[in-house]
Design a protein around this ligand. Structure first.
Ligand code: CIR
Length: 265
Protein backbone atom coordinates (compact mmCIF):
# COMPACT_ATOMS: atom_id res chain seq x y z
CA UNK A 1 0.00 0.00 0.00
CA UNK A 2 1.30 3.45 -0.85
CA UNK A 3 1.15 6.45 1.49
CA UNK A 4 0.75 9.43 -0.81
CA UNK A 5 -2.51 10.44 0.90
CA UNK A 6 -0.73 11.44 4.11
CA UNK A 7 2.98 11.90 3.33
CA UNK A 8 3.69 15.38 2.03
CA UNK A 9 6.66 17.52 1.09
CA UNK A 10 4.72 20.81 1.04
CA UNK A 11 1.93 22.76 2.67
CA UNK A 12 0.38 26.17 2.08
CA UNK A 13 -1.20 28.15 4.89
CA UNK A 14 -2.38 31.76 5.30
CA UNK A 15 -2.07 34.14 8.25
CA UNK A 16 -5.30 35.29 9.91
CA UNK A 17 -6.57 38.74 8.89
CA UNK A 18 -7.99 41.47 11.11
CA UNK A 19 -11.26 40.90 9.22
CA UNK A 20 -11.42 37.36 10.58
CA UNK A 21 -13.87 38.65 13.18
CA UNK A 22 -16.40 38.77 10.30
CA UNK A 23 -15.81 35.16 9.27
CA UNK A 24 -18.78 32.93 8.52
CA UNK A 25 -20.22 30.82 11.33
CA UNK A 26 -23.33 28.67 11.73
CA UNK A 27 -23.88 29.72 15.34
CA UNK A 28 -22.35 32.76 17.01
CA UNK A 29 -20.33 31.57 20.00
CA UNK A 30 -18.22 34.73 20.28
CA UNK A 31 -15.76 36.82 18.31
CA UNK A 32 -12.40 35.19 17.53
CA UNK A 33 -9.44 36.83 19.26
CA UNK A 34 -6.86 37.73 16.59
CA UNK A 35 -3.80 37.45 18.84
CA UNK A 36 -4.78 34.03 20.13
CA UNK A 37 -5.69 32.89 16.61
CA UNK A 38 -2.28 34.08 15.38
CA UNK A 39 -0.52 32.17 18.12
CA UNK A 40 -2.48 28.95 17.44
CA UNK A 41 -1.73 29.36 13.76
CA UNK A 42 2.00 29.72 14.42
CA UNK A 43 1.96 26.50 16.50
CA UNK A 44 0.15 24.73 13.69
CA UNK A 45 2.69 25.84 11.07
CA UNK A 46 5.56 24.87 13.33
CA UNK A 47 4.15 21.38 13.80
CA UNK A 48 3.90 20.92 10.02
CA UNK A 49 7.48 22.17 9.58
CA UNK A 50 8.81 19.83 12.27
CA UNK A 51 7.90 16.90 10.03
CA UNK A 52 10.37 18.19 7.44
CA UNK A 53 7.84 19.75 5.07
CA UNK A 54 8.28 23.08 3.35
CA UNK A 55 5.42 25.33 4.50
CA UNK A 56 4.54 28.45 2.54
CA UNK A 57 2.73 30.96 4.77
CA UNK A 58 0.81 33.48 2.68
CA UNK A 59 0.01 36.98 3.88
CA UNK A 60 -3.45 37.71 5.31
CA UNK A 61 -6.17 38.69 2.85
CA UNK A 62 -8.31 41.39 4.46
CA UNK A 63 -10.92 41.33 1.68
CA UNK A 64 -11.81 37.72 2.55
CA UNK A 65 -12.54 37.15 6.26
CA UNK A 66 -12.44 33.35 5.85
CA UNK A 67 -9.28 33.24 3.71
CA UNK A 68 -7.25 31.58 6.49
CA UNK A 69 -9.23 28.41 5.69
CA UNK A 70 -7.16 27.76 2.55
CA UNK A 71 -8.19 24.13 2.25
CA UNK A 72 -11.49 25.13 0.69
CA UNK A 73 -9.83 26.81 -2.31
CA UNK A 74 -8.12 23.82 -3.93
CA UNK A 75 -7.59 20.08 -4.13
CA UNK A 76 -3.90 19.23 -4.36
CA UNK A 77 -2.84 15.86 -5.75
CA UNK A 78 0.58 14.63 -6.89
CA UNK A 79 -0.19 15.05 -10.57
CA UNK A 80 -1.62 18.55 -10.31
CA UNK A 81 -3.98 20.87 -8.48
CA UNK A 82 -7.64 21.67 -9.00
CA UNK A 83 -8.89 25.15 -8.13
CA UNK A 84 -12.29 24.86 -6.40
CA UNK A 85 -15.46 26.98 -6.74
CA UNK A 86 -16.51 27.68 -3.13
CA UNK A 87 -20.25 27.57 -2.60
CA UNK A 88 -20.18 30.40 -0.05
CA UNK A 89 -20.59 33.59 -2.12
CA UNK A 90 -18.25 35.58 0.13
CA UNK A 91 -15.54 32.96 -0.42
CA UNK A 92 -15.71 32.48 -4.19
CA UNK A 93 -12.91 35.00 -4.86
CA UNK A 94 -10.50 33.20 -2.54
CA UNK A 95 -9.93 30.46 -5.11
CA UNK A 96 -8.56 32.89 -7.70
CA UNK A 97 -6.24 34.31 -5.02
CA UNK A 98 -4.78 30.84 -4.46
CA UNK A 99 -4.39 29.84 -8.13
CA UNK A 100 -1.07 31.69 -8.84
CA UNK A 101 0.57 30.09 -5.80
CA UNK A 102 -0.42 26.66 -7.10
CA UNK A 103 0.84 27.49 -10.60
CA UNK A 104 4.22 28.35 -9.10
CA UNK A 105 4.47 24.83 -7.64
CA UNK A 106 2.67 22.70 -10.20
CA UNK A 107 2.90 22.48 -13.98
CA UNK A 108 -0.70 21.25 -14.25
CA UNK A 109 -3.36 23.39 -12.55
CA UNK A 110 -7.00 22.86 -13.56
CA UNK A 111 -10.11 24.74 -12.49
CA UNK A 112 -13.70 23.88 -11.64
CA UNK A 113 -15.41 26.47 -13.80
CA UNK A 114 -19.05 25.55 -14.48
CA UNK A 115 -21.27 28.47 -13.46
CA UNK A 116 -23.57 26.10 -11.55
CA UNK A 117 -20.76 23.96 -10.13
CA UNK A 118 -19.81 24.51 -6.49
CA UNK A 119 -17.30 22.57 -4.46
CA UNK A 120 -15.14 23.30 -1.41
CA UNK A 121 -12.03 21.40 -0.34
CA UNK A 122 -13.45 20.76 3.12
CA UNK A 123 -15.90 18.32 1.54
CA UNK A 124 -13.12 16.25 -0.02
CA UNK A 125 -11.33 13.34 1.66
CA UNK A 126 -8.52 11.87 -0.43
CA UNK A 127 -7.52 8.33 0.57
CA UNK A 128 -5.07 5.92 -1.07
CA UNK A 129 -7.75 4.39 -3.24
CA UNK A 130 -10.36 7.07 -3.94
CA UNK A 131 -11.54 10.63 -3.50
CA UNK A 132 -14.68 10.91 -1.38
CA UNK A 133 -16.70 14.09 -1.84
CA UNK A 134 -19.59 14.96 0.44
CA UNK A 135 -22.55 16.78 -1.02
CA UNK A 136 -23.29 19.65 1.35
CA UNK A 137 -24.68 23.17 1.51
CA UNK A 138 -21.37 24.25 -0.12
CA UNK A 139 -20.75 21.41 -2.58
CA UNK A 140 -23.29 20.32 -5.19
CA UNK A 141 -23.66 17.47 -7.67
CA UNK A 142 -22.43 19.63 -10.57
CA UNK A 143 -19.25 20.49 -8.66
CA UNK A 144 -18.60 16.84 -7.88
CA UNK A 145 -19.28 15.80 -11.48
CA UNK A 146 -16.83 18.38 -12.78
CA UNK A 147 -14.15 17.31 -10.32
CA UNK A 148 -14.64 13.69 -11.42
CA UNK A 149 -13.95 14.67 -15.05
CA UNK A 150 -10.96 16.83 -14.14
CA UNK A 151 -9.10 14.06 -12.27
CA UNK A 152 -10.12 11.08 -14.45
CA UNK A 153 -6.99 11.07 -16.62
CA UNK A 154 -4.82 11.11 -13.50
CA UNK A 155 -6.45 7.81 -12.51
CA UNK A 156 -8.53 8.93 -9.52
CA UNK A 157 -11.97 7.54 -8.73
CA UNK A 158 -14.38 10.08 -7.22
CA UNK A 159 -17.14 8.76 -4.94
CA UNK A 160 -20.05 11.04 -4.03
CA UNK A 161 -21.14 10.74 -0.42
CA UNK A 162 -23.35 12.84 1.84
CA UNK A 163 -22.24 15.38 4.42
CA UNK A 164 -24.67 15.00 7.37
CA UNK A 165 -27.43 17.60 7.61
CA UNK A 166 -26.34 20.63 9.59
CA UNK A 167 -22.63 19.75 9.32
CA UNK A 168 -20.56 22.32 7.41
CA UNK A 169 -18.22 20.02 5.48
CA UNK A 170 -17.71 16.28 5.04
CA UNK A 171 -14.35 16.55 6.76
CA UNK A 172 -15.85 18.44 9.69
CA UNK A 173 -16.83 14.92 10.74
CA UNK A 174 -13.89 12.78 9.61
CA UNK A 175 -10.22 12.59 8.75
CA UNK A 176 -7.77 10.16 7.22
CA UNK A 177 -5.31 8.57 9.66
CA UNK A 178 -3.42 6.14 7.42
CA UNK A 179 -3.87 4.04 4.28
CA UNK A 180 -6.83 2.15 5.71
CA UNK A 181 -7.98 4.05 8.79
CA UNK A 182 -10.25 7.03 9.29
CA UNK A 183 -11.38 8.93 12.36
CA UNK A 184 -15.09 9.69 12.16
CA UNK A 185 -18.06 10.79 14.22
CA UNK A 186 -20.65 8.18 14.92
CA UNK A 187 -23.28 10.07 12.91
CA UNK A 188 -21.08 10.06 9.79
CA UNK A 189 -19.87 6.47 10.19
CA UNK A 190 -23.54 5.42 10.54
CA UNK A 191 -24.15 6.61 6.97
CA UNK A 192 -22.08 3.63 5.80
CA UNK A 193 -19.61 5.60 3.71
CA UNK A 194 -16.57 4.03 5.40
CA UNK A 195 -17.49 0.37 5.04
CA UNK A 196 -14.16 -0.50 3.39
CA UNK A 197 -12.09 1.35 6.01
CA UNK A 198 -11.06 0.74 9.60
CA UNK A 199 -12.92 3.38 11.60
CA UNK A 200 -11.91 4.93 14.92
CA UNK A 201 -14.89 6.81 16.36
CA UNK A 202 -14.67 10.11 18.20
CA UNK A 203 -15.74 9.78 21.83
CA UNK A 204 -19.26 10.81 22.79
CA UNK A 205 -19.50 14.58 23.17
CA UNK A 206 -16.18 15.04 21.33
CA UNK A 207 -17.52 15.19 17.77
CA UNK A 208 -15.49 18.37 17.22
CA UNK A 209 -12.33 16.27 17.45
CA UNK A 210 -13.09 14.49 14.16
CA UNK A 211 -11.32 17.06 12.01
CA UNK A 212 -7.66 16.15 12.46
CA UNK A 213 -4.88 15.84 9.90
CA UNK A 214 -2.41 13.07 9.38
CA UNK A 215 0.67 14.91 8.15
CA UNK A 216 3.75 12.71 7.72
CA UNK A 217 4.38 11.10 11.12
CA UNK A 218 2.08 13.39 13.09
CA UNK A 219 -1.64 13.51 13.70
CA UNK A 220 -2.54 17.11 14.50
CA UNK A 221 -5.71 17.37 16.53
CA UNK A 222 -7.55 20.22 18.23
CA UNK A 223 -6.68 20.53 21.93
CA UNK A 224 -9.29 19.60 24.55
CA UNK A 225 -10.62 16.21 23.51
CA UNK A 226 -8.89 13.79 25.91
CA UNK A 227 -10.99 10.69 25.25
CA UNK A 228 -10.55 10.81 21.49
CA UNK A 229 -6.88 11.68 21.93
CA UNK A 230 -6.52 8.57 24.10
CA UNK A 231 -8.11 6.42 21.40
CA UNK A 232 -5.66 7.72 18.80
CA UNK A 233 -2.65 7.18 21.05
CA UNK A 234 -3.84 3.69 21.89
CA UNK A 235 -4.08 2.94 18.17
CA UNK A 236 -0.41 3.91 17.83
CA UNK A 237 -0.63 7.41 16.35
CA UNK A 238 1.81 10.19 17.20
CA UNK A 239 -0.64 12.87 18.30
CA UNK A 240 0.10 16.61 18.54
CA UNK A 241 -2.53 18.89 20.06
CA UNK A 242 -2.93 22.41 18.69
CA UNK A 243 -5.14 25.12 20.17
CA UNK A 244 -8.22 25.55 17.98
CA UNK A 245 -10.60 27.62 20.13
CA UNK A 246 -10.62 30.63 17.79
CA UNK A 247 -10.92 28.71 14.50
CA UNK A 248 -13.71 26.65 16.09
CA UNK A 249 -15.77 29.85 16.57
CA UNK A 250 -15.79 30.00 12.74
CA UNK A 251 -16.47 26.27 12.28
CA UNK A 252 -12.84 25.66 11.31
CA UNK A 253 -10.45 22.93 12.35
CA UNK A 254 -7.11 21.34 11.56
CA UNK A 255 -7.67 20.45 7.93
CA UNK A 256 -9.07 23.84 6.91
CA UNK A 257 -5.86 25.64 7.80
CA UNK A 258 -3.63 24.15 5.11
CA UNK A 259 -3.30 22.63 1.68
CA UNK A 260 -1.04 19.59 1.89
CA UNK A 261 0.71 18.04 -1.09
CA UNK A 262 3.76 16.62 -2.82
CA UNK A 263 3.86 17.96 -6.38
CA UNK A 264 5.41 15.47 -8.79
CA UNK A 265 6.55 17.74 -11.57
C1 CIR B 1 -16.71 28.86 6.48
O1 CIR B 1 -17.84 28.82 6.95
O2 CIR B 1 -16.50 28.70 5.28
C2 CIR B 1 -15.54 29.11 7.40
N1 CIR B 1 -15.96 29.95 8.45
C3 CIR B 1 -14.98 27.80 7.92
C4 CIR B 1 -14.35 26.96 6.86
C5 CIR B 1 -13.81 25.69 7.40
N2 CIR B 1 -13.14 24.97 6.35
C6 CIR B 1 -13.05 23.66 6.30
O3 CIR B 1 -13.66 22.95 7.10
N3 CIR B 1 -12.35 23.12 5.30
Amino acid sequence: MTDRSYRFTHAISRKPSVSITNGLRAVDTGTPDLDLFTSHHADYVQALRETGAEVLVLEALEAYPDAIFVEDTALCLQEGAIVMRPGAPTRLGEAAEMAPHLRALYSDVREVSGPDAFIEGGDILTTETEILVGRSARTNAAGIAELRELVADWGYAVREVITPEGVLHFKTDCSLLDSETVLATERLAASGCFETYRVILTAEGEEAAANTIRFNDLVLMPAGFPKTRGRLIEAGFNVREVGNSEAAKLDGGMSCLSLRFSPKG
